[in-house]
Design a protein around this ligand. Structure first.
Ligand code: B16
Ligand code: MG
Length: 216
């Protein structure tokens, strides 16, 4: 038996685009601009770390109070996008893989940096599919620290080396590698070259490949 750990944003649903919109709006209001390449560095990274990075790119600092206010503003904007989500936003072939894992009697956890993860899973009706949910409310150290995945392994009762992580972010793949788990990058090979395997999306992942992960 293996433990399969799924990141949320950019793996199960494309909420990365909503994070991007909300951060871009906030940054522009502060007179800061950032490139798509810089945006890659925000994926998988906590809310606090994301704002720190954006401020550093714009050479700006904020008081503690303003920092908190900007984070709240970003989350409010982000949640306005989330409120409109439904099952149609589940990324292609994610249900096929989840169903296959269930059929093969494997255990499944979420491993996300997002404090909104439970809300999103409820919106897209996938919460019941998970044996464990570990998210931004359960961790003290952000990816690339492996904490989120190690807690997930513990909750699944699996050794880290018997876990497989699906991740779309540079920081998340690094976290999985540090945790000694099999890392599967979902996205571009140019960005996620440090993963054990990289697929553009789940449509490229065959049932046979999943079964080989379970058997090896
Ligand atoms: P929130 P993941 C991450 O989720 C996102 O990729 C990242 O862009 C975001 O800043 C982080 O969650 C925190 O999200 O503001 O909702 O708490 O990819 O780890 O599922
Ligand atoms: Mg992600």
């Amino acid at each position: 038996m293996r433990g399969f750990i799924f990141d949320l944003d950019g793996v199960i649903v494309d909420t990365a685009k909503y994070h991007y919109l909300a951060w871009k709006k906030l940054a522009n209001d502060l007179g800061i601009d950032f490139t798509e390449e810089e945006n890659e560095q925000l994926k998988g990274v906590s809310r606090v770390k994301s704002l720190e990075k954006i401020l550093a790119w714009g050479n700006k600092t904020l008081s503690d109070k303003d920092f908190k206010a900007q984070m709240a503003k970003k989350n409010k904007d982000y949640l306005s996008h989330i409120a409109k989500m439904d099952e149609s936003e589940i990324l292609p072939d994610v249900p096929r893989i989840l169903n296959l894992l269930k059929k093969e009697k494997q255990v499944i956890s979420l491993g996300s940096a997002s404090k909104n993860a439970r809300t999103i899973l409820e919106r897209v009706n996938l919460k019941e599919q998970f044996d464990a949910i570990v998210d931004g409310n359960d961790v003290s150290k952000a990816k690339p620290d492996p904490e989120v995945f190690l807690i997930a392994a513990k909750q699944l009762n699996m050794k880290p080396e018997h876990c497989i992580v699906f991740e779309d972010s540079v920081a998340g793949v690094e976290a999985a590698n540090i945790a000694d788990m099999v890392s599967i990058g979902i996205g571009s090979k140019d960005v996620l070259g440090h993963a054990d395997y990289v697929f553009r999306d789940f449509t490229e992942i065959s049932d046979e490949f999943i079964k080989s992960l379970i058997e090896n």
